[in-house]
Design a protein around this ligand. Sequence first.
Ligand code: FE2
Length: 264
Amino acid sequence: MTMTEKNSAGKSAITLTEEQKYLFDTRGWLLFPSVLTDTEISEMKDYCYRLRQDGASLPLHERSSIGGPLLSLADHPVVLAMMNEFVADPHLSSETGYGFRLENSFLALRKAGDTNFGPHGGGGLLSHGYNSHLYRQHENSVYAGLSRAVWGLNPVKKGEGGTKFLTGSHKAAFPAPASTQDEHSPLWEEYECPAGSVLFFTEAITHTGAKWTNTEVDRVAIFNCYNSIGSRWHQWEPNSDAVATMSPLQRSLFRPVCCQDNLV
Ligand SMILES: [Fe+2]
């Protein structure tokens, strides 16, 4: 068993601290502030606006949130560390193939007033997990099932429309209280971060989008969702021509959903 140590750009996975692993496990979400450089943020944001406003000017296979400079987010060293720790199957990881899949990616570009409130997930520790919204743990190890990375290319201010969480609810025995159908319930926890930050969370936690109220900048965020090699929730497929242009290591993110003989 070899966990993939380097990504497709030859960069090593970051080393997660004890605190980061503990916080992700107990809270169900974890923020890494200011991961991207100003140049990366600027290039990626330009690409996002081009995608949304003038997508036809891009080749068909590049018209997605894993196109152009955004592809580097898919297997960023921070993603590699988090997925190796919380999602990857160590029996299906190697230096030539990741032990996890990227099964969904989309761009959220919202203006002030756009809303996306819709709580879902929760109680994943006790769920049967038929649909990947599960959370499993043993002493010193976790399998977080379906897990999301959210790259924010603009700053997120508290209370102005970032993803909200019922912190710790991936381990909840009771359903989310009815009062949390109110977007402003004090049970919802929010984060704030500078541009170029990445937020990870297990889809087994109760979470929701929110109304974007920042009038200075849009919500510009890439949502990438990962799962283990043998599991899948989303119907999404990447463009096959786009996958064909990727490096072998990146292509391993999109290999068939099965465990048998699926070690690259
Ligand atoms: Fe979700």
